[in-house]
Design a binder for this molecule. Structure first.
Ligand SMILES: CC(=O)[C@@H](O)[C@H](O)COP(=O)(O)O
Length: 253
């Protein structure tokens, strides 16, 4: 179970709502995944029409509005205020993009926007790189959840820097950590959970799968397996072989 600000979540899979082949497939993917949280983009889905929003509403999900597509503090903060108004939630997935090709977050603007929003009562989920110092600054300005990327949005590359993700886990044992973006396969998500992450946010890998509903189920199972593996306490990895069959009594043969 993860706790985001004052909300307990039983299913650690968070799904995006973009790029699905149809609204019916989106709905079935969410259903089969058991995801409780959906991220929605006020800006991106502005043209989606009333049917899209009615569908999202009917699915009874907790919404995490995002500031996708924002490139400055001003844009992100303005979008966050609009999202709070429209969705009536203090939650905001804060994206301030700094690079058009990699969609890498702009760390300085991210911290500044997170500071402004946290001071005004928002509960900020910052989409960030996996940088330890950036994480420190975000916590200093009030973030109580961190969302480092696995890899660039939509790339499907998985966990590009496991060392950095492990470092974040070690240094922030009490802050819920979510891998957000770049996940391509269920095994990537399982691995992040094995590292002790609290949840996974993904979109493209499910929406762009040949069978999004089946893929949503695969992710759900993989995340559950990874979380159980972490909780079970994995064995210590060694460089040397160690026989798994007892050797006692071998001399008698
Ligand atoms: C939907 C959303 O918020 C994305 O910006 C998110 O970061 C997911 O990324 P992927 O599409 O790579 O899973």
């Amino acid at each position: 179970m993860a706790r985001f600000y004052d909300v307990d979540i039983t299913n650690p899979l968070m799904l995006g709502t973009a790029l699905y082949p149809s609204p019916a497939i989106l709905k079935d993917a969410f259903k089969v995944s058991g995801a409780e949280i959906a991220t929605v983009s006020l800006r991106r889905e502005q043209g989606a029409g009333q049917d899209f929003w009615s569908l999202i509403k009917s699915m009874n999900l907790r919404l995490l509005p995002n500031t996708a597509g924002c490139y400055s503090v001003k844009e992100a903060v303005t979008t966050a205020y609009m999202a709070r108004e429209v969705f009536d939630t203090p939650w905001i997935k804060l994206e301030v993009i700094g690079h058009t090709d990699t969609l890498q977050p702009e760390p300085f603007a991210l911290v500044e926007a997170a500071r402004i929003l946290s001071e005004d009562g928002f509960q900020v989920f910052p989409y960030m790189t996996d940088d330890l110092v950036l994480a420190d600054r975000l916590v200093e300005v009030g973030c109580r959840v961190l969302m480092p990327w696995g890899a660039p949005i939509g790339s499907g590359l998985g966990l590009n820097n496991e060392y950095a993700l492990k470092t974040l886990r070690n240094y922030f044992p009490d802050i819920p950590l979510v891998v957000d973006a770049g996940i391509g396969l269920p095994s990537h998500a399982a691995r992040a959970m094995e590292l002790g992450f609290d949840a996974i946010l993904l979109n493209t890998a499910v929406a762009k799968a040949q069978d999004p509903v089946k893929m949503a189920q695969a992710f759900s199972l993989a995340i559950q397996a990874g979380a159980l593996g972490y909780q079970a306490g994995p064995m210590e990895v060694r460089d040397m072989a160690s026989p798994s069959t007892p050797v006692i009594g071998k001399a008698w043969l």
